[in-house]
Design a protein around this ligand. Structure first.
Ligand SMILES: Cc1cc2nc3c(=O)[nH]c(=O)nc-3n(C[C@H](O)[C@H](O)[C@H](O)COP(=O)(O)OP(=O)(O)OC[C@H]3O[C@@H](n4cnc5c(N)ncnc54)[C@H](O)[C@@H]3O)c2cc1C
Ligand code: FES
Length: 512
């Protein structure tokens, strides 16, 4: 990992915006202005938060969604929205690590989630381009064929709707594919903006531009926000990466960024969804637009804050797209990140084993469309006092230390090294920064993270992440400071753009 990086000459093509955000209106929910009291506070307005809030409101409880920015503009606003239980190569692993019963629960939970999404679309007549289609997990190389075969046998043994094919129906060479029938896709913001409209009213609320800063655990809980307090008997933390440190989620999961292009192609477009078994994978789907089908191609993942030059990940993705399709134009590029738990299963349930009314949903590992729904189902059941068949599998309190302790320990040693490397490496001189470059530099004996913009203006902040003090690294593609420890992100002025941090980086005044 490099701390100081020059900008690459490469410019990612097309609009720097997610297609979903570009084609839907901005929301205008109010901020919290007075002390409000509800049955359930849901912190975070992504797919997990909005769906949970809706289910609880439908069950007769008063809810308040607290969103630090605007709803559905976090990870969910930048997803690719394959709705599927085909979570790449997972079932063979799950049978090995969680037994047949655990793997069966995972398969059933995600298959049911597809149906629940379909039911909501139908019940509320939501115009969100929802469409039934297939997902293919395909081998990009011969080396993957054997593990693809094992995965197929595992998925089949769990009753998933799979068949094996010698090649995926793509216009380039593949080496085999598992075909999952009757999966689905949609426009995630059209779907969730419609669901969100059902939440406010009769004592329920959505508050935007209101950041949760802390939860004072009491009966009821007091949620401290930057706009005042919210009082709630139950609290769901659905902020993507939990911002509270109890529960030690920061030691049990890792965020990865991934890159996406929205392209127009000259070839005949395969209208199903595809995900390669390569690690990291390439994923492909189409989306109808007034100008014809947009092909959405993604991949080139890396742990957040650990890429020497993030722009190169777009460059490699463009190369992949050009090598495999006849590209007419590249209209959009965007990127975001998701959390991966140490044992590949999300954390959904009580925040800590001792929590009575504090809940969490996180670590969807790139599969949050179905897992957002699984989270809403489990959490609403727990809060309403009902038992849920999947609550044990997803229980955040599980610790499979015998089989996974190695991974945990390695990860934590890496994080300790990151903290130390950041602290011990010698910062560069301030005079070495060029236009459109960012570096951590020495200013009168103090480390300062400095970005020099197109006009030569200096943006200077402390490089110490406000979560736990790791030194941030520059993300040249998004012009942000990203933390290599747990993935907090800050814009070049130091303002938080991704949890777990809740406080901005300290601004610094420096003269050239
Ligand atoms: C590139 C990419 C492609 C993907 N494609 C797919 C796919 O095809 N299919 C699939 O199933 N999954 C996919 N995923 C995964 C999926 O998008 C995510 O798992 C899911 O969107 C996460 O939803 P969430 O509600 O947990 O988080 P978010 O959508 O990020 O919602 C959390 C919200 O909390 C807010 N917040 C944060 N901190 C605070 C605070 N302190 N106070 C108040 N609010 C706060 C944030 O602003 C945000 O709006 C993809 C992921 C990536 C990275
Ligand atoms: S995100 Fe944890 S130290 Fe930065």
């Amino acid at each position: 990992m490099e701390k100081n990086v020059s900008e690459s000459k490469y410019e990612p093509p097309g609009r720097a915006e997610s297609f979903w955000i570009a084609t839907t209106p901005e929301t205008e929910y109010p901020s919290l202005t007075e002390n409000v009291s509800v049955d359930v506070a849901i912190l975070g307005g992504g797919i997990a938060g909005i769906t949970s809030a809706l289910f609880l409101k439908k069950a007769g409880l008063n809810v308040a969604v607290i969103e630090s920015q605007r709803i559905i503009k976090g990870v969910t606003g930048y997803t690719t929205a394959h709705i599927t239980s085909a979570h790449n190569l997972i079932y063979d692993y799950l049978i090995d690590h969680f037994g047949k019963d655990g793997a069966q629960q995972y398969a059933d939970a995600n298959q049911e989630a597809i149906e629940r999404i379909a039911q909501l679309v139908e019940e509320h007549n939501i115009d969100c381009d929802f469409r039934r289609t297939s997902e293919y997990i395909y081998a990009e190389s011969k080396e993957d064929v054997e593990k693809l075969g094992r995965e197929f046998e595992a998925a089949k043994s769990l009753g998933l709707p799979v068949s094996y094919m010698d090649a995926a129906p793509l216009p380039f060479k593949t080496y085999g594919a598992i075909h999952y029938k009757n999966q689905a896709q949609f426009h995630p913001r059209k779907y969730l903006l419609s669901l969100a409209k059902l939440i406010p009213g009769n004592g329920s609320f959505i508050f935007e531009n209101t950041r949760a800063l802390d939860v004072e655990e009491s009966e009821p809980h007091r949620i401290k926000t930057d706009r005042g307090y919210l009082i709630a008997k139950n609290v769901i933390i659905a902020t993507h990466f939990p911002f509270l440190n109890q529960g030690m989620f920061f030691a049990r999961m890792e965020p990865y960024r991934s890159y996406v292009l929205g392209v127009r192609i000259a070839d005949e477009v395969p209208e199903e969804m595809f995900d390669s078994s390569k690690d990291p994978s390439h994923y492909i789907r189409t989306q109808p637009t007034p100008d014809g089908l947009l092909v959405i191609v993604g991949g080139e993942d890396h742990p957040t804050g650990h890429a020497a030059n993030t722009v190169e990940h777009y460059e490699r993705l463009e190369q992949f797209a050009r090598n495999h399709f006849q590209i007419k134009s590249i209209d959009y590029h965007w990127s975001t990140q998701d959390n991966y738990s140490f044992d590949k299963v999300p954390f959904i349930g009580r925040f800590t084993p001792g929590s009575k009314h504090l809940y969490v949903a996180t670590a969807f590992k790139g599969w949050g469309m179905t897992h957002g729904m699984v989270a809403a189902t489990i959490l609403s059941d727990l809060i309403l006092g009902r038992s849920n068949p999947y609550q044990e599998l997803y229980n955040p309190g599980r610790y499979k230390l015998l089989t996974t302790g190695g991974k945990l320990i390695t990860q934590n040693i890496q994080i300790a090294e990151t903290l130390l490397k950041g602290r011990l490496s010698r910062p560069e001189k301030f005079s070495s920064i060029n236009i459109r470059e960012a570096k951590v530099v020495d200013v009168k004996g103090e480390e300062v993270a400095v970005y020099k913009d197109d006009k030569g203006n200096i943006h200077a902040v402390s490089p110490a992440c406000t979560h736990m003090g790791c030194i941030v690294s520059w993300n040249s593609a998004e012009k942000s400071w990203d933390c290599p420890c747990h993935g907090s992100r800050f814009n070049f002025n130091g303002e938080v753009i991704h949890s777990p941090a809740v406080k901005n980086l300290e601004r610094k005044e420096i003269q050239e």
